[in-house]
Design a protein around this ligand. Structure first.
Ligand SMILES: Nc1ncnc2c1ncn2[C@@H]1O[C@H](COP(=O)(O)OP(=O)(O)OP(=O)(O)O)[C@@H](O)[C@H]1O
Ligand SMILES: [Mg+2]
Length: 263
């Protein structure tokens, strides 16, 4: 067992301020700038409240060592939230999470990178965060740089990187620091097609080495290397027999997703 979650739920508090701001924007457009400021003065923001929202509801499953797990589901299904819990970026509201092993993740463009530091410095920073010694990082450094193909920009602060360059470095770092568990959210989507293919081939290799890979994507062709699948729908797991079944349900889901209770 590498990851085990039991009755895991995640609640977010949604601020209703958003609606008030939308209204004020509408006012600005229809009544001009004066109306916009008056509305603020009238204290409309005070009327905003908080609403509870369960992004993940009572999930239980296990990921075994060496599994390559695909997590799929529509926008807002809870995929990234689950990955953030695995990466300890956010805590669960309820339930238990057990993780054994070192986790490296690429979640959103730029996370885990310090904008003012150069690519080179960020590689060392990320290695250190994973608990590696300077020597260990040095050993993998050239491979990281080769894979990312951004050698020319290695000494440029990463805040000057394009989003594609960010992803190149982010993936290269996560994949080459020998984590026990590699977690990749579809951030790869901003890389170009050739790089995306290269990343998928690398994930497949990592899986073959017996490491655990967890991968979220909307591209069904990219999941071929996975051996397990989880389909999320509105924060719940849709029961499925295997990865093919997951993909089939998801691919048909643009029209109708079977209710979690029905399946
Ligand atoms: N920090 C937050 N505060 C409030 N709500 C949040 C927060 N993060 C996520 N959510 C909500 O939780 C739900 C699940 O979001 P999540 O990002 O996990 O979806 P997803 O499956 O990754 O979607 P996508 O395919 O679009 O990436 C969404 O409704 C989202 O609005
Ligand atoms: Mg997401």
């Amino acid at each position: 067992m590498t990851i085990k979650i039991e009755q895991l739920s995640k609640k977010y508090l949604i601020h209703n301020k958003r609606k008030v701001l939308d209204d004020t924007l509408k006012d600005r457009l229809t009544q001009g700038v004066k109306g916009f400021f008056n509305r603020f003065r009238a204290g409309s923001l005070k009327t905003s409240g908080k609403k509870e929202f369960w992004a993940l509801k009572d999930l239980s499953f296990e990921v075994k060592q060496g599994d390559s797990l695909a997590i799929i589901g529509k926008n807002g299904a809870g995929k990234s939230t689950l990955l953030k819990i695995f990466s300890r970026i956010t805590p669960p509201t309820k339930g238990r999470v057990k993780i054994s092993g070192r986790v490296a993740s690429l979640l959103e463009v730029g996370t885990g990178f310090h904008p003012e530091l150069t690519g080179r410095e960020n590689i060392y920073l990320n290695g250190a965060l994973l608990g590696m010694s300077k020597r260990e990082i040095k050993k993998n450094f050239d491979e990281i740089v080769d894979f990312s193909e951004i050698e020319m920009f290695l000494d440029t602060p990463v805040k000057r990187y394009s989003s594609g360059m960010f992803v190149r470095l982010g993936f290269a770092v996560a994949a080459h620091l020998n984590p026990d568990i590699l977690i990749i959210d579809e951030a790869l989507a901003v890389g170009d097609a050739a790089y995306k293919k290269k990343c998928i081939a690398k994930m497949e290799d990592i899986g073959k080495e017996g490491r655990t890979v967890i991968f979220v994507t909307h591209d069904m062709w990219a999941l071929n290397f996975c051996n397990k699948g989880i389909l999320l729908h509105e924060g719940e797991i849709v029961p499925t027999d295997n990865l093919e079944h997951c993909v089939a349900l998801y691919s048909g889901s643009n029209r109708e997703m079977p209710s979690v209770d029905k399946v």
